[in-house]
Design a binder for this molecule. Structure first.
Ligand code: DGY
Length: 322
């Protein structure tokens, strides 16, 4: 029996988890639903490492109840579900999975923005419900994407990949808001202009939110911010639900303050604010922006690399082709 035990908190591609088996005693949670906090604490007893997703909460209470834990490795890029200072204070290494999901997530953000602007979900529902009786001049007429002004809130890797699509492929004007400015050559290559948040909100036709969720970005977009936007504008959120005040957004969508929203993330997900569910002008998807098979495999492989490295087994141990 191996002396180091790791726990895999969600069902993950078995061949990727097999990479850990020569090095560790591997325990898994095979149920589809995430474990409750008490179940997770019970499962982690005696474990030195844990492989998590964005769904498991790692906080001080859990860490104190699991004193042998040395490494928390998430396959997500976002890590707002992990109390990093609490981990650091207890000598627990935290890793995430940046980089490998950038392009896939940008593809989805762009697709969701397009679906929102061009009313794809709403018109499909209409067709499936048998309501299509004739072609109509303004039937499901939405806003244009090409040539429009794309606003990006949070200009990290994914924000820049979305800007590249808008600027290079769709002749969009790109404006962004971020704590720091991009280097001038990067701005030039993306055709991107930094703006203060209120100016950005006033200028954009399509806003895409990609900023990390932190105490500073909690409800960064609420009623007061949405009011600054054009009535024809759309808002797409692929970051985290808490960046947007979902109740305020639902009210704004119902009142026509902005034209439509595309949301892949929600406050308190998987629960979705009932007012959003009732709206025709909201395109809603279940947190799938990074969900292509190659990308989910790359994310899982990177988390396994990190777990191996954090617990001293080396990053190349047993790596299969992707
Ligand atoms: C991420 O990687 O942060 C995605 O949102 C999946 O949780």
């Amino acid at each position: 029996m191996r002396s180091t035990t790791v726990f895999i908190a969600r069902p993950v591609f078995p061949d990727i988890i097999d990479r850990l088996r020569p090095h560790f005693d591997v325990r898994t949670h095979d149920g589809e639903a995430p474990l409750s906090q008490p179940e997770l604490i019970a499962a982690l007893q005696g474990c030195a490492g844990v492989f998590i997703t964005g769904s498991e909460k790692i906080d001080a209470t859990l860490l104190d109840a699991c004193p042998r834990l040395k490494a928390v490795c998430t396959m997500a890029v976002g890590y707002n579900n992990v109390d990093v200072p609490a981990c650091t204070a207890r000598g627990v290494v935290v890793t995430n999975a940046p980089g490998v999901l950038t392009e896939t997530t940008a593809d989805f953000g762009f697709a969701l923005m397009m679906a929102t602007a061009r009313r794809i979900s709403e018109s499909e529902r209409f067709l499936r419900e048998g309501k299509w009786k004739h072609w109509g001049v303004d039937m499901f007429a939405g806003g244009d994407v090409h040539g429009a002004t794309l606003g990006i809130l949070g200009m990290g890797r994914i924000g820049q990949a979305i800007a590249k699509r808008g600027h290079g492929g769709f002749d969009m004007k790109v404006a962004y808001h971020n704590r720091s400015h991009l280097a001038p050559d990067v701005e030039a290559s993306l055709g991107a202009t930094w703006m203060a948040l209120p100016d950005l909100l006033r200028a954009v036709d399509h806003l895409v939110i990609v900023t990390p969720y932190t105490p500073e970005t909690h409800h960064l977009i609420g009623a007061g911010q949405i009011e600054l936007m054009k009535p024809t504008a759309t808002l797409t959120n692929i970051a985290r639900g808490g960046v947007v005040d979902d109740a305020a957004l639902a009210e704004a969508l119902a009142a026509g303050t902005i034209a439509a929203a595309g949301l892949d993330v929600f406050e308190g997900e998987p629960t979705v604010h009932p007012a959003l569910l009732a709206l025709r002008n909201a395109v809603l998807t279940p947190h799938i922006a990074s969900a292509s098979v190659p990308t989910r495999r790359a994310m899982a492989n990177l988390a396994v690399d990190n777990l191996l490295a954090a617990l001293g087994a080396g990053p190349d141990a047993g790596r299969p082709p992707t």
